[in-house]
Design a binder for this molecule. Structure first.
Ligand code: 5HY
Length: 247
């Protein structure tokens, strides 16, 4: 099967890290295509960034449909454009926050999210609410790191994340840690060994969920909420997004 992992920000070094994490867990028959959109924010650290990342995501979905992609990962912890992407795609589309929170709910009765900037914590709380996981989410913590600092791959950055995870373990009484940024994905195993607790990376969970759904022959239902968009004129810069895209 073909899985397209979309890093909605336009930073290719982060896309490569994310692609590596996805390929590490992918089954032998799964092809991972890791991409960043051609347009959008360098990193997503606000609602504004998130909103303006969606056109690029939808462009990648449209290209994926033409390429025969079987499923998509939205590899950003805000799960930007998730529902619009589901409307535009035949195969399943999974956001990494949704994937990680569901995994946490299957292996314990509580988790804390450890993410980058304090200002994005509200978004994680909203997602926990949206996904029916609010009762399991004990806390959303920030390392106070800009997203692109994660590209440094330095011991100092890893220790900043590990320290916040330790505070979560000691203060929040949790069963697992959910990594609140796709850019943390490649540190998941190392953090699990350092901390001795379940540490969940939504990129790898999303890949395995997509493989399972594909094997079960399950695709996005096109009868209700996520039916294909309705054809209508779009004007200005968004004209190419009129459905069906590019027709
Ligand atoms: C992400 N931003 O996973 C989120 C993380 C965050 O550019 N990729 C980003 O801090 O919201």
């Amino acid at each position: 099967m073909k899985i397209k992992v979309i890093n909605p920000n336009t930073s290719w070094p982060m896309t490569e890290k994310i692609g590596l994490s996805a390929r590490l867990v992918a089954a032998p028959g799964t092809e991972i295509i890791a991409v960043s959109p051609a347009m959008g924010p360098a990193s997503i650290e606000s609602h504004y960034d998130e909103a303006l990342s969606v056109p690029g995501i939808l462009q990648e979905i449209s290209k994926g449909e033409a390429e025969g992609v079987d499923g998509y990962v939205i590899a950003c912890f805000g799960d930007p454009g998730l529902y619009a992407a589901r409307e535009a795609a035949r195969g399943p589309v999974i956001g990494i926050a949704e994937a990680a929170m569901h995994a946490a709910s299957l292996i314990g009765s509580s988790f804390s999210v450890v993410t980058t900037l304090q200002r994005t914590c509200g978004m994680s709380w909203h997602l926990a609410e949206r996904y029916g996981m609010r009762h399991l989410c004990r806390n959303v913590r920030a390392c106070e790191l800009p997203v692109l600092a994660l590209e440094e791959n330095s011991a100092e950055i890893l220790n900043r994340i590990a320290d916040e995870c330790r505070r979560a373990i000691h203060e929040d009484g949790i069963d697992s840690i959910v990594l609140g940024c796709a850019g943390m994905a490649d540190w998941c195993q190392e953090l699990r060994q350092m901390l001795g607790i379940n540490v969940i990376d939504g990129v790898s969970v999303a890949v395995k969920l997509l493989e399972s759904l594909h094997q079960l022959g399950l695709t996005t239902c096109k009868r209700g909420d996520w039916a294909y968009p309705l054809p209508k004129p779009y004007s200005g810069l968004l004209q190419p997004f009129a459905w069906p895209q590019g027709k």
